[in-house]
Design a protein around this ligand. Structure first.
Ligand code: NAD
Length: 284
């Protein structure tokens, strides 16, 4: 009887050129015409991946991300779809397969806030945040996993059959008054990601999350736009600066690459120390 063969691993493969870590890979980034999604889409392209840019509104912004992707030498395409619509997500993955042949990397990033004090929070605002931030990630991840399982591992492309990065938040850990819907959606992502990672690792699918702290994007303009707001924000950030989309993009490239091949079911906090309870630095 033939002994079981070891699974392919990054250490048995030839060394990866650092700047083209994702050559030959096909990626889909949701909510990629703004903020973190935009930065991640461009970062993946600069690392050699072809990238589909999902967006729900803002044709011009999506087209400019695609231009930037193409300038880096990768293939790019835009697809307008609401990630909370099952039909639209299925159509997007159909288009991904038609245009790029398959998918190797999903970055489930699309998200929004609808803030309100708890007694005033409407069911509409609750449902909207949960349906985009949590159900949207579920629908996209399910389609990606179906394609990963259909295609399996292609060792010349990656050690894994596929990689999913869920964009979570420090608010999967830190409760957030006035944002109960948002914090609940991110807490849900944590358990969805870990359950998927546990279930799918034996099929060589790696699922992980990135949990950003305060990153300079349109979602949180009020938190950084004025010097007073910025100073207040810095009381929550031991490292003393706001994060930039590129801080997240560089980590996403690593998490999507075979350099992180043994990283499974982990949340990578990229938050300048926000989750270190900075209020306890001098007291408590
Ligand atoms: P952003 O507002 O700049 O980008 C959000 C993107 O999601 C936009 O492209 C938007 O069009 C898209 N989107 C919204 N609803 C959608 C839908 N139904 N279908 C498809 N796309 C949709 O904000 P951002 O800061 O770049 O946020 C990106 C992700 O990062 C979100 O999941 C957010 O929760 C998370 N995050 C951001 C921060 C931060 O400080 N900026 C911190 C933690 C987590």
């Amino acid at each position: 009887m033939t002994p079981p063969q070891p699974a392919p691993s990054a250490s048995s493969a030839p060394p990866l050129p650092v700047h083209r870590l994702l050559s030959g890979q096909k990626a889909l980034v949701t909510g990629a015409n703004s903020g973190i999604g935009r930065g991640v889409a461009v970062g993946l392209a600069q690392a050699g991946a072809d990238v589909m840019v999902n967006y729900v509104a803002g044709d011009d912004a999506a087209a400019s991300v695609v231009d930037e992707i193409r300038r880096s030498g990768a293939r790019g395409a835009a697809f307008k779809a609401d990630v909370s619509s099952e039909d639209e997500v299925e159509a997007m993955f159909h288009s991904m397969r038609e245009q790029f042949g398959t998918i190797d990397i999903l970055v489930a990033n699309a998200g929004l806030q609808r803030d309100a004090p708890f007694p005033d929070m409407t069911l509409e605002h609750w449902n909207k945040v949960l349906s985009v931030n949590l159900t949207g990630q579920f629908l996209c991840a399910r389609e990606a996993v179906r394609e990963f399982l259909r295609r399996g591992v292609v060792p010349e492309v990656s050690c894994a059959a596929g990689k999913i990065i869920c964009m979570s938040s420090v608010h999967q850990e830190i409760p957030w008054g006035g944002h109960a819907n948002y914090a609940s959606s991110k807490g849900g992502i944590r358990m969805m990601m870990e359950s998927m990672a546990q279930e799918l690792a034996p099929r060589r699918i790696r699922v992980n999350s990135i949990a950003p702290g305060a990153i300079r994007t349109p979602i949180n303009t009020v938190a950084w736009q004025t010097p007073q707001a910025y100073a207040r924000l810095m009381t929550l950030v031991p490292y003393g600066r706001i994060g930039e989309p590129e801080d997240i993009a560089r980590a996403a490239v690593w998490l999507a690459s075979d350099h992180s091949d043994y990283v499974v079911g982990t949340t990578l906090f990229i938050d300048g120390g926000m989750t270190l309870y900075p209020g306890f630095a001098t007291g408590g």
